[in-house]
Design a protein around this ligand. Structure first.
Ligand code: IVH
Length: 707
């Protein structure tokens, strides 16, 4: 994972040198300005080191624009809030040898090896200084040029991990990174799509744009992770003195106790090491966790842990001598866009997908990436043959960022948009940003049926892709409801279907008839709804009849739907009327266990009367051991819950009268934290929310668990 020794670029002559200086400074300008990167991190580091080597060989050629030795490669404009002490950058190493050399030089400077070294992730976000005065969150300042930064206090209240108040009236400046977690990034793009704004191409530029944005009609939540805490220079309080004397790992513990988020409780928490061998092992450990962390990291930071060692090592002009960044290979890579294909999804949406020259990114080979929708392709001005920067982090689907326009050869060709549906040859409805086959879900039937029989929907075993193809291609199944009237004879007539497999399949179909309404609704594939929305609708209305009778205004009352989505959902239900009628006739259950429409209506009115908070217009659930609880599940489930999917956990919570949510907030009342629970657990602890193990939780809801 960590063999990232990016060799310095060899700059053969003065021209190559000036070119490299120009490339690096413009890339730095884009990067620090939060725009699309113009070169990937590896290339950037190689060029920067090449420039350094060229300058040592030809000091007389050094350009005034040289990025070497400048904070942010000299790219930044000065903002208007002066930092109490400069916000420095970090020097980099790329491999074990570089790390060992740094540790040795630190040892020489101290006259002995460092007493202890701490190792922690280098978050890939925006550096900010967060000022707490007498326990109150007062100001948020970007790094800017390191001497002064921009006041972005308007973002207070939208950043998780930064409480408004500390539990003690102390003054402290916490420095750290503001970023979008993988979940927040997806959420941000969903919101932006709804508002017709261009999607963010990566979490980093999303966070940069969001931190500065002032007048957006919507909120994009971000997350803060602290990595340094300083007293104000003139503060002589006991707390300030304590902070000055404390070791780095101790300081981090203190701010964590205050409820400020650090990486302390994520799997990549700070490790304190005794020597460079232990440091290298810790670096390897954190690097190996990279793909599963809920936020992007671009390296690992090693710091002299004790206050005395930090003081004795001192600061350079650009970076402290007591810390170093061990850079990891980029998750951005440059590769070639060789084509675009257009696939028809289960609801008939026609989605473009980039075909790329395969490239390894963060441990996996990427050959395809999403391109969102045709408007997005046009906005980016992509062409076939373009060199493009591709981004991937954690389990986020790879995305194409910007084309590298300056390296075009002239041989690039325009991307052709389909004029007819690529699946059925029919017309395309282009009235929305996402194009859709005019036949809608009839065209996406293969994918639709496969989705409907999936584990989290109707959970019918024994229907694989091949069988679905046969059923659809022979016209045996023309919609979801036809599955429920399949006969023995019809099934036996298909390839590879013997008595035993037909029996099993028919039994599975029979069982599916009694699934809760929420699953049936989800299986129908109503455009604009997924699993959780289907559950909310089913709980809100309790019966299919009530759902079908709902006006747009009624539908807009369901949490998370609102006026924007309601008309689409109502229209979809009309479009699905014939299929729903057939499902009813086939004896498929159309009620949601535990929900009752009367209760829903009453509770919605109550909540509207007493609480202006939209979130509080609760989905009414059954009475049960979790009545009134807002529950978040995180980490891997064990014991009696080990086999449950997240969707099944959510169903369980709702059956027990609770409300499930995916993120921890002040409204959360219980967190079920399994193995490898990360930031959600940390957040729950910081907010003093009850935390249970999966086993404890299983005990609480025992009556509802399958025997
Ligand atoms: S310590 C005085 N620790 O990386 C030194 N920095 O490339 C302060 N960063 O400017 C930096 N994670 O914005 C430190 N765990 C971490 C970090 C971290 C990310 C950022 C920080 C710094 C930049 C240098």
């Amino acid at each position: 994972m960590t063999e990232t020794s990016a060799p310095a670029a060899v700059l053969a002559d003065f021209d190559a040198y000036t070119q490299a200086v120009e490339t690096v400074t413009s890339a730095a300008r884009a990067y620090y300005g939060g725009a699309e990167s113009t070169v990937d991190d590896d290339t950037y580091d190689r060029l920067l080191r090449g420039i350094g080597e060229y300058e040592s060989a030809y000091p007389e050629h050094v350009s005034a624009d040289s990025p070497v030795g400048k904070v942010a490669a000299g790219a930044l404009a000065t903002g208007d809030v002066r930092h109490t002490v400069p916000m420095l950058s970090l020097d980099n190493v790329f491999d074990p040898e570089g790390l060992a050399a740094w540790a040795a030089s630190l040892g020489r400077r101290l006259g002995r090896p460092a007493a202890a070294l701490s190792v922690e992730p280098k978050m890939d976000g925006l550096a900010v200084a967060v000022r707490y005065r007498e326990g109150r969150l007062e100001q948020l300042v970007t790094r800017g040029d390191g001497i002064a930064g921009e006041d972005v206090s308007h973002a207070i209240g939208t950043i998780e991990g930064l409480p408004d108040r500390l539990p003690e009236p102390v003054s402290v400046e916490v420095r750290g990174e503001v970023l979008l977690t993988a979940e927040q990034f997806e959420q941000a793009n969903e919101i932006r799509r709804e508002y017709g704004a261009p999607v963010f191409s990566n979490p980093r530029s999303g966070a940069a744009g969001t931190l500065r944005a002032k007048d957006r009609p919507y909120v994009v939540p971000m997350t803060f992770f602290g990595y340094v805490a300083l007293p104000f220079p003139d503060d002589e309080s006991a707390f300030a003195e304590e902070l000055r004397a404390a070791d780095h790992s101790e300081v981090m513990r203190r701010i964590e106790e205050f409820g400020v988020l650090t990486t302390g409780r994520t799997a990549a928490r700070l490790r304190v090491c005794a020597d460079v061998e232990q440091v290298q092992a810790a670096v390897d450990e954190i690097a190996a966790l990279r793909a599963e962390l809920p936020f992007g990291i671009d390296g690992i930071v090693i710091k002299a842990d004790t206050a005395a060692d930090q003081r004795d090592a001192g600061l350079g002009s650009r970076a402290p001598r007591w810390a170093i960044a061990y850079k990891l290979a980029a998750v951005h890579k440059i590769t070639r866009l060789t084509g675009v294909d257009w696939a028809v999804g289960r609801t008939g949406v026609i989605a473009p997908r980039a075909i790329l020259d395969a490239v390894e990114i963060d441990g996996s080979v990427v050959g395809f990436a999403t391109l969102h929708n045709p408007a997005d392709i046009e906005r980016r001005g992509l062409m076939i043959g373009d060199q493009v920067s591709v981004y991937k982090a954690g389990d986020i689907i790879p995305r194409v960022e910007a084309p590298l326009v300056h390296v075009r050869t002239g041989d690039e060709t325009p991307i052709e948009f389909p004029v007819v549906c690529p699946q059925c040859g029919g017309g395309i409805d282009k009235s929305q940003q996402r194009w859709r086959c005019v036949r809608g879900r009839a065209c996406g039937l293969h994918a639709g049926i496969r989705y409907a029989v999936g584990r989290d929907q109707l959970d019918i075993e024994g229907i694989g892709g091949r069988l679905v193809t046969q059923l659809v291609d022979t016209g045996t199944v023309t919609d979801l409801a036809d599955l429920f009237t399949l006969t023995r004879e019809q099934l036996l007539a298909l390839d590879r279907m013997g008595d035993a497999s037909v029996d099993k399949l028919l039994a599975g179909i029979e069982q599916a008839k009694s699934k809760p309404l929420s699953r049936v609704l989800c299986a129908l594939g109503v455009l604009g709804t997924g699993r959780s929305m289907s559950r909310r609708i089913a709980r809100h209305f309790a019966t299919m009849d009530a759902i079908r009778a709902a006006s747009e205004a009624d539908m807009a009352d369901v949490e998370g739907i609102g006026d924007g989505k309601a008309p689409k959902i109502v229209a979809e239900l009309v479009e699905l009327a014939a299929t729903i009628d057939k499902l009813v006739a086939a004896g498929v259950n159309m009620t949601e266990p535990g929900a009752s429409p009367a209760a829903s209506a009453a509770a919605a009115t109550d909540a509207a009367d007493t609480d202006a908070d939209a979130d509080a217009v609760a989905i009414v659930a059954a009475e049960g051991p979790l009545t009134g609880q807002a529950v978040v599940v995180t980490g891997a489930m064990t014991g009696p819950l080990a086999a449950l999917s997240r969707n099944e956990m959510t169903e369980l919570i709702e059956q027990a009268g609770g409300r499930a949510s995916s993120s921890v907030s002040a409204k959360t009342t219980l967190v079920v934290a399994g193995d490898k629970a990360g930031s959600k657990r940390a957040k729950a602890e910081s907010l003093n929310i009850s935390i249970m193990t999966p086993e404890e939780f299983a005990e609480l809801v025992r009556a509802l668990l399958p025997a």
